[in-house]
Each structure stands twice: as C-alpha cells, then as structure tokens.
Design a protein around this ligand. Structure first.
Ligand code: ZN
Length: 600
C-alpha cells in the first residue's frame, strides 16, 4: 500500500513543521529559521535547523536531513506511509491509498499486531474469568492489583497447558511464530508462555509488541520471561509504560525510570503516572535517546550503583551526551517502588520530589563512605569527589559542587580547583575530542554561526532556496555565474524545477541535493541584486582571462581585441560604484551564457 501522491502533498502542506518538531525538540527562532537540539544524535549545542516555509530540516552535527515526513518517520521509527498517516491524523486529513508491492512489509506488520492484539485479549479474558486463573488473581490482589488495574494494564494469564493459546487463536504458522507467541514443534504449535501472569508490552503508539511473563511463586524459573525479539519487538528500543505515560512525561518534562512492570504500575497508582521500565534488559543508549524525545529530566527509581559501577558511569556519559538531567530517587533501602506504592505512597512521591542530581548523589555517596573525622580521610574524600566533579560538563555546576565539597571536607575551595586543574579537569579539554563523539558535532554549529569567508556563490544559492527570496533571484541566475561545478549543479536543479525546491531536491544528484537541503535551513543573508551583479563581474572577469589565453593560443591577439574590450567595458559598467540598468546586466549574462553554450 502506498499513499496517493496528491494526498501526501496535502498532508505536507497542511502540516506546521515547527509545531510537529517542537514535540521532539525545544526550538528557538533564529532569524527566519528555527534551531534546537537534534533528536537524532546526542548533543549539547543546537545543531538542528528547520526552514518552516520549505518544511525542511538539516542537522549540522549528524547530517540528518529531510522534510517533515522524513523527520516524523525517523523520530517515531515509522516507515514513509506510517509517517504520512501520523501527520494526516494530526491534520485531520483523510488519505487515500494505492495498491503496491512495497506495502507488503506494512501488511505483514499489521497481521502480526492483529495477532498480538488477539493474544492480549485472550490472555486477559483468561485472567479475568477462567477458574484456573484463581491463584493468579489472588496473587495480584494480594499485591494491590485490583480489577481496575488488571483491566487498565490488560494483564493476562497464560494457563498451564501446552497449546491453549494456539488452539484458541488458530494462527497460521507464518503469523504465530514471527510474533513469538507460539513455536512450531514437529508440525504442531506450542505456546511460548505457560503458567505465567502476563504484562502486555506496547510500543509508543500503543500497538502490542511483546509480553513480559511473571512466574507465580513456586513456579519454574526464570522469575520473568520475555518474548524473544521479533519483527515487532526490539527490546533495546521499547520501554514498558511509555504508551500510557508519554503525555504526562511531556507535560512534566520528567520521566521516572524504574526496573519492572509492577514498579511502573505502582507509580501510576501513587499518582505519578510518568514511569517507564526497560523490558527484561538493562537500559540502553537507544532507550535514553527515546526518552530524550519526551523529557529532559530522568528520575532513576533504583540504585544506579546496585547494577554495578559501569552502569553508573554509563548514565553519567548519557547525561552528558544527550543533555538530560539525571536525578536519583533515594528510596528506603530494600524497598522497590511497586511495594512502596502500596505500603507508603507518600514516601514514594517524596522520594521522587526530593530526587538528587546524579552528580550530587554520587558525591554524597563518596562522602558518606569516607571517614571525615580524620584529616587524611577528608583529603581522600575531597580528592575522590573532585574526580567525579571534573567529569561534569558545566563549569558553573562544577563550581557549586567544589564549594560544597570544600565545605564538607574543610579544604580551601581554591586549592581544590587548582588541584583539579592540574589533573586535566575541570575544564576537561578531552570532552571535545572524546573518541565516540568524533569531535565533529561540537565544531559544526560554530562553523554555521560564524560562516567564515563564504563565497558569493553560496550566498546566492542560499537566497535561491529561500521561500521568500528565491522566486525573485532564481530567474536572474544562470549556471555560467557559478565556477564551482557543485554550485552549478545545484542551481541547474533549481532552474529546471522552476525554482520549486522540493522538485529540485528530487531531481538533483545527491551531492547537490545535500547542499540545497543544508542551505535551505540556514538564514539567508545578502542582497540578491548586489550578489547577482558581483557574480556577474566575477564570471565576466573569468571570461576575459579565457579570451586572453585563447588569443595567445591562437596567435591572433588582434582578432580578440574587440571582444575583450567590450567585456572590460561591461565589467566597468557593472562595477559596485556604477548604477547599471538591469538591461546591461541581462545583456552581459546572455552573452556569457551564449559563449558558454557555444563552447559546450
Ligand atoms: Zn543531529
């Protein structure tokens, strides 16, 4: 299935790119463009730029680029059709489909989701009504999961039978196996889940993609069993609960990250419906990237160090790389949020409100473990704390903690600062060249802001792709004005499309398209008439040189004199101080164009 071209264009036209992109990045208006932190790579300095008129974006850090449809496709992990549908739904536009082979992947996904949906419902009904689900119902009730919760989260029960689901749903093998719901053994379908309470897991859009299955006490290990990865489900990219919590997460600009399904549900019951959890896996950078699209603050509702030192450092690196603020909720020892939600919901809410910044939490732990009664202990603690502080990217933040540590360890703050500087912190020049960041991302925005020594050709092209300036300048330009072949190709694409940037991007070769796309998100500067005249002068001067060389080569200096003399007069006539009529310029351009054409 594809979508009728006309409808794609209608959706694009009706869409406010800035409003859409603002859901995923905070945008700031700079001139006629909008800039913000790129949702496609981690960064601290905005590299994403959007041209709202042309509905195009470009990232100077990771070179992500495209139009509003590409943006939604990539940011929501959809395909083209899905992205258009997503935008159409927002714009209230009904779209029409065409039949085509490329829709096969889409149809398959729809079949798998439909099967998952049927399974969710079947398991759910089984939990609600089947006699054999009695122990599961009791177990859930004892843990505070009443009927409302069971229905809201669509919890299910997989009975202790080999093929109860397979017999009930009668899915073809080609659907049942790829969902991970059943496995085919000697030609027979066998259920994947048996004798487990099931937590259906949904993607951000709310489509069921997998299950987490919890064993009842006394059942066979493991305690939790998850659907294997399937076409629908990549565990490093799905967070349990995000489909329910995303609106609240965006509203609060904060997401609570916990370890399990029951914790997510516990937080919601305690009045904090903005928790998510990874599904049977450690948190990954993909998860962080996903979360960053919804909020800039993350509250960890588990001890980051219980998962080991590397886990903590990874968080810290992500905090830096993705510019998120990570706080840690100090939960009473030995209590998970799911339990606390039931026994003392107020304590759970307080732990979230009082969450400490990640750096503060770590420093506090170092200090708490140290012997601050002895000078040696205080010095060692100060040194360890400074090592943590040096990793923080903000000088202001570093300084706040330096003062705090100095105070607690009774050390002079200036001494701490100079000591840290001697070890390579706190300015930490190594951040800039951190190997996995490539060093390229931070440099790019600088380049964009200062734009040193830009050629007139680039300035003219930037005006040419602008929605406002373009229609005025494009008809005045000609390839002969551009010395750089890439610039020439970019202009040719624009001229051939009658100045329609979208058509030009489709028609241009990839390199020229990339250039046009990038220029479109940059603020145009310069006066079109002056630029055209300057380009014309340069082109005429180049032509003069050529004529001279030809004259030498032909050994006929005399024969070239009239042409060279005429050209020099024209160049004089369009000098910056002269006030030439456009007719003079047009005539010169036509002459240069004719000559270029004759030469082929
Ligand atoms: Zn980027």
């Amino acid at each position: 299935m594809g979508i009728v071209d006309e409808d794609v264009a209608r959706v694009r036209d009706a869409t406010d790119f800035v409003a859409v992109a603002s859901q995923f990045a905070q945008l700031k208006r700079v001139g006629t463009r909008w800039v913000g932190l790129c949702p496609f790579h981690g960064e601290k300095t905005p590299s994403l730029s959007i041209n709202a008129d042309q509905k195009l974006f470009y990232c100077f850090g990771c070179q992500a680029k495209g139009d509003v449809i590409t943006f939604v496709r990539d940011v929501e992990h959809l395909d083209f059709v899905g992205a258009v549908e997503w935008l159409a739904a927002k714009a209230g536009i009904t779209i029409r489909y065409t039949e085509s082979a490329q829709g096969e992947g889409r149809r398959e996904r729809a079949r798998l989701v439909e099967a998952m949906e049927a399974a969710v419902e079947w398991y759910h009904q089984r939990l609600l009504t089947a006699p054999d689900a009695g122990p599961a119902r009791r177990y859930l009730r004892d843990r505070g999961f009443d009927g409302d919760i069971v229905r809201r989260y669509r919890l299910g029960w997989a009975p202790d039978e080999w093929d109860a689901l397979a017999r009930a749903l009668r899915l073809p093998d080609a659907v049942g196996e790829p969902t991970g719901l059943v496995r085919v053994r000697r030609g027979r379908q066998v259920d994947f889940f048996r004798r487990r309470i099931l937590f259906p897991i949904f993607d951000v859009q709310g489509a069921p993609v997998s299950f987490g299955g919890r064993v009842l006490p006394g059942g066979d290990p493991p305690k939790y069993l998850n659907t294997a990865e399937t076409k629908l489900y990549t565990k490093s990219k799905v967070l349990y609960g995000l489909n329910w919590s995303k609106d609240e997460v965006v509203r609060a600009d904060e997401v609570i990250l916990c370890e399990g399904y029951t914790d997510v549900i516990g937080f919601a019951s305690a009045g904090l419906p903005r928790a998510v959890a990874p599904c049977g896996t450690a948190l990954t950078e993909d998860h962080v990237r996903l979360l960053r699209r919804f909020a800039s603050k993350v509250v960890l509702a588990f001890d980051p160090d219980a998962a080991g030192r590397t886990a903590a450092e990874r968080f810290y690196a992500w905090e830096r790389a993705h510019e998120i603020e990570v706080r840690v909720a100090d939960l009473p020892a030995g209590q998970d949020p799911g339990e606390l939600a039931r026994t003392d919901p107020e304590a759970l809410r307080r732990a979230v409100v009082d969450a400490q910044p990640f750096l503060g939490f770590r420093i506090e732990r170092v200090l708490a473990a140290a012997d601050l009664s002895a000078p040696e202990g205080r010095a060692r603690a100060a040194e360890s704390a400074m090592a943590l502080i040096a990793e923080h990217p903000s000088e202001l933040v570093r300084d706040q903690y330096v003062m705090q540590v100095a105070d607690r360890c009774r050390v002079d703050a200036d001494r701490l600062r100079s000591g840290a500087a001697g070890r390579g912190g706190p300015s930490k020049p190594s951040h800039r060249t951190h190997p996995h960041r490539g060093g390229a991302a931070p440099a790019a925005p600088e380049r964009r802001r200062s734009r040193p020594r830009e050629s007139k050709e680039v300035l003219a092209l930037r005006l040419a792709v602008d929605a406002v300036a373009g229609p005025a300048i494009v008809p005045l330009l000609h390839e002969v004005l551009f010395r750089d072949p890439l610039h020439g190709a970019a202009l040719r694409a624009l001229l051939e499309s009658g100045g329609d940037l979208r058509a030009a991007l489709d028609g241009a070769d990839p390199e020229a398209a990339e250039l046009l796309q990038r220029l479109a998100v940059e603020e145009p500067t310069g006066d079109p008439r002056d630029l055209r005249r300057a380009l014309l002068r340069d082109a005429a001067n180049r032509c003069c040189e050529e004529l001279r060389r030809e004259a030498v080569a032909a050994g006929d200096a005399q024969g070239y004199v009239p042409a060279i003399t005429w050209l020099k007069a024209q160049i004089e006539a369009i000098s910056p101080d002269a006030r030439p009529s456009q007719a003079v310029e047009d005539q010169l351009l036509a002459w240069l164009a004719d000559r270029a054409e004759e030469k082929g």
